[in-house]
Design a protein around this ligand. Structure first.
Ligand SMILES: O=C(O)CCC(=O)C(=O)O
Length: 280
């Protein structure tokens, strides 16, 4: 897909885009199967009893079919259209959510640096967990940011429930739809069940200047396997993501791998392979 100028303007002004049925029903079925296999076998899903969120890293990195989401022309067109064709893919999380996720942004970069591509795998309405957004709250001059308003405290502050925060919207989705939003945008979800299936791909602009590189290092020092103290077996990514990558995919992996290896040398692939050889 190629984003048109109106979509680019919308994302710039409001901080998000909803693309309905980016994936066909047949593709969506395979994605849901791939997600279920991954969370059940690699993500703790077998122990999910609905009492709290089950979350695992790199949800598209555990099977070659799921890894290929990063090669999908529509995904490349969407994320590449917003962050540049050579964007960095930087993991994501896969979830069985339980209950509400309260209002928060994922970052405060003050510019379009990172975006979250969100896959919701069940039909979701306003009252059953659809993602809520505060359009334009990615902008540093938005009143929520300028006045440092605690949106989750809006009942005490304004007599208005956080679910009804003025200016917020619910983006209702069906499987196959994609919501992509700037990491700086405030988002939440209310009224979901105890097994709301959702996964994300986090991506950033590729760093090209010393300032960008510094930002990428700050980002990956937190939002990465090393940042979460997780051993993938291959540093920044699960091995399948790298082992099944062609050169086109590597464009999106190479810089995060390099930066992650610098930040967390003990987790780098060579080191781990050597450790396994010594253990054997
Ligand atoms: O619950 C949702 O749909 C939003 C997920 C979320 O809060 C996040 O990915 O940071």
């Amino acid at each position: 897909m190629t984003l048109n100028q109106k979509q680019l303007n919308f994302f710039d002004t409001f901080g998000y885009l909803l693309i309905q049925q980016l994936f066909s029903p047949a593709e969506t079925k395979k994605i849901i199967e791939g997600f279920e296999w991954s969370i059940q076998n690699c993500g703790g899903g077998k122990n999910h009893n609905g009492s709290s969120r089950t979350m695992f890293g790199g949800p598209i990195e555990h099977t070659s079919e799921m890894c290929a989401i990063l090669d999908h022309p529509s995904i490349l067109g969407l994320i590449g259209g917003l962050l540049g064709e050579d964007f960095n893919y930087c993991n994501g999380d896969g979830n069985y959510y339980t209950g509400d996720t309260h209002w928060h942004p994922d970052g405060s970069w003050g510019q379009l640096f990172a975006a979250k591509t969100a896959f919701y795998l069940d039909p979701l309405t306003r009252d059953t967990g659809a993602v809520r957004l505060i359009p334009s709250s990615h902008r540093s001059d938005h009143f929520v940011r300028k006045e440092k308003i605690d949106v989750n405290n809006s009942l005490e502050l304004f007599g208005v429930s956080p679910t009804e925060f003025p200016g917020s919207i619910a983006v209702e989705t069906n499987p196959g739809d994609i919501v992509i939003f700037n990491h700086d945008l405030y988002h939440a979800s209310f009224g979901g069940g105890s097994r709301r299936r959702m996964f994300t791909m986090n991506c950033t602009r590729q760093a090209k200047t010393p300032e960008d590189l510094e930002m990428a290092r700050r980002y990956l020092s937190v939002h990465s396997p090393g940042g979460y103290n997780v051993k993938t077996g291959a540093g920044m990514f699960n091995p399948t993501m790298i082992d099944t990558a062609d050169e086109n995919r590597m464009v999106h992996l190479r810089q995060p791998i390099e930066i992650h290896d610098q930040l967390f040398p003990d987790l780098a692939r060579d080191i781990i392979s050597q450790e396994s050889a010594l253990d054997a």
